[in-house]
Design a protein around this ligand. Sequence first.
Ligand code: DOR
Ligand code: ZN
Length: 345
Amino acid sequence: MQTITLRRPDDWHLHLRDGAMLEGVIGDTSRHFARAIIMPNLVPPVVTTADAKSYRERIMAALPAGDRFEPLMTLYLTEQTSPDDVEAGKESGLITAVKLYPAGATTNSHGGVRDIEKAMPVLERMARIGLPLCVHGEVTTPDVDIFDREAVFIETVLDPLRKRLPELKVTMEHVTTKDGIDYIKASKANLAGSITTHHLIINRNAILVGGIRPHYYCLPVAKREHHRLALRAAAVSGDPRFFLGTDSAPHVDPLKECACGCAGVYTSINTMSCLAHVFEDEDALDKLEAFSSLNGPAWYGLPVNAETITLVRREEEVRFPAKIETGAGPVTVFDPMFALHWDVA
Ligand code: DOR
Ligand code: ZN
């Protein structure tokens, strides 16, 4: 039986939601992950340090007894965000990053930034105090095709911002294109990218071929196969600028399986099994630890976790439930469309 032992992984991009959904999903993350960057797109969003403090308390209260887990809190950037509040949040140790959602880019992002100029005072302060900006890197202008949103964002928003504020540390979250990978690789400093589990596994055919499959729909939407191959090559390369951010984003089934379904794929429960499969396929199991446990902490200036986890390759298929039941309703689990054999021991 094959086994590999890794430093305990972290998830550098996670949606935990609130209330009954939070209670229903948090154990799937805390079972395997030591820390996660928690997305602030609640309704209403987490915009101030005080909001983040009380959300953190709700997360800790929902944690299964005996689990150790550290939520790394973020603030949702708005055109009204106060630079002083952001700085106080960082100084208190509560805030790990600030999140830029272009208005309308995704779930609960209508309060996001419309005019980046209005956010410049906050961004300048962040550059000065060394607080990272996490970006949802897609433009939302109606004349841009949804499959081109990321490439256009790099050219028209991200690159000009980084030229203007080279000291600002930027995480390009859930990179989905070769354009994004190449842009990160060409950068000299202060830019890194997270990659989700599902974007390493599916391309856009998964959503559209043979019928419309809402459980593969997320944002940024999965792209063509050559983009997926670029993501896989970056993830398994060991390049310290690429690390795991699952973007696990639970929605109850009725909100996915309808005429206008929500974006989001739920992967917390089987991410480590899926990743081990992908890295084994790429003959790169020796790089899994860098991607899931080492590169992220190095980028965020945090220590690597002292604990380890062991993954075991079983002869028989390792099965996950098709859905988890939460107090908010059922949530469909990501189906990688291949049999899994790796399991966390
Ligand atoms: O697919 C997604 N779902 N992408 C996001 O950016 C947000 C997330 C959510 O909150 O559901
Ligand atoms: Zn997300």
